[in-house]
Design a protein around this ligand. Sequence first.
Ligand SMILES: [Fe+2]
Length: 202
Amino acid sequence: MVFKYQSTTPTWLYQQPALTTTTLLALQKELKKLFFVTKKFCLVPYTSTYMEFHDISVVSKICPQLIGELHRLGLHLKLIAFISVVIDRNFPAHVDVSSDIALNIPLINCKGTHTVWYDGNIIQKEAEDYLIGAESARNARESDPHSLIEIGRCDADIPHWINVNILHRPETSHNQLRVAASMRFDPEPLDEYGNLWPHLIK
Ligand SMILES: [Fe+2]
């Protein structure tokens, strides 16, 4: 049995969202704008960093099509995270704790990058400063690196619903800053068995 943070955490690792190419391109354009507008709120320069943005009124102004699409899908946005990674700073495998799942959208230099999942153990450990783009990043639980066994990976250059309460990390193979947006929802769009609402997946 693979380690999951809590009983509600699904057993699936990733699934493809039901987003058309046209919608995806429009959402990426808006989310890139949001990334640049909110960059000043990141507590550290973006390297291998987790940042969170909670002000949904600002998101509504900058990303009107995104808000419309989420409303159409019956999703209630809790926050948007920006997850960056560079090759020379380790982004450790972790569980996010506060959400079970996320909708990840590639934004910048995501080709050649993956989300990778592991089985393993969590440990009590302070996160490296460069990871802390928002105070909430301290809530994540890191893994014991010696315990990790890869159990799956997906191409981070295409959107995915991802499981964030099974140990995971972003991995890059190139030397540019890579950025993805990661949306979290409240309530989470899962049924009592941990299955995503059927209209959300391909
Ligand atoms: Fe995560």
